[in-house]
Design a protein around this ligand. Structure first.
Ligand SMILES: *[C@@H]1O[C@H](CO)[C@@H](O)[C@H](O)[C@H]1NC(C)=O
Ligand SMILES: *[C@@H]1O[C@H](CO)[C@@H](O)[C@H](O)[C@H]1NC(C)=O
Length: 158
């Protein structure tokens, strides 16, 4: 047990912070029919982004894999803070830990109120979990937008 604790502790010490860049290139909000309720409209947000991040410092002998994810953080019109994962990736090898990705959200991004109208600007952050062979998960942040970004007005889908 003491040995396991020592190993887990040493992986904290070995951990150095990765650096990354996150840019949101555009956001589009379109109105669409809700899947289960064809008469109900809901807004879907499409967030286009560009990530570059060097996560290689997170790989050492006790790193099994990384879970990397992009989160939208916003306060809804009721004042409730939401954190929504809109994209993710599992990184299993150090060779794959230099991340370059240009694209859009992988998961549907909508607000429970069905609309992004009146929702204040959102921040976006690139976060990671390190899953070790031994010890506990650790969390960190590789990048975040420097200022909050507004949701544009809803377009109707063509
Ligand atoms: C993505 O970001 C990197 C680093 O900030 C930049 O060099 C590159 O040109 C960007 N690519 C696109 C397609 O925006
Ligand atoms: C976005 O980030 C800014 C600066 O860190 C902060 O003041 C603001 O409260 C954040 N907004 C949300 C919705 O998290």
């Amino acid at each position: 047990m003491a040995l396991l604790a020592a190993i887990a502790l040493s992986s904290f010490v070995l951990m150095s912070s990765p650096t990354g860049d996150l840019a949101i290139s555009s956001i589009k909000v379109v109105s669409s029919n809700a899947r289960r309720y064809p008469n109900k409209k809901q807004d879907l947000a499409f967030v286009h982004f560009n990530i570059t991040a060097d996560l290689t410092p997170l790989f050492h002998w006790n790193t099994k894999q990384l879970f990397l994810y992009l989160e939208a953080e916003y306060t809804n019109s009721q004042g409730v803070k939401n954190e929504v994962v809109i994209w993710d990736r599992i990184v299993r090898r150090k060779e794959d830990a230099f991340i370059k990705f240009v694209g859009k959200n992988k998961y549907m991004f909508r607000d429970p109120s069905s609309s992004f109208r009146n929702i204040p600007p959102a921040n976006y952050s690139l976060k990671y979990n390190v899953m070790p062979y031994v010890g506990v998960l650790t969390y960190g942040e590789a990048a975040r937008t420097s200022e909050a970004i507004s949701f544009p007005p809803t377009q109707s889908r063509l």
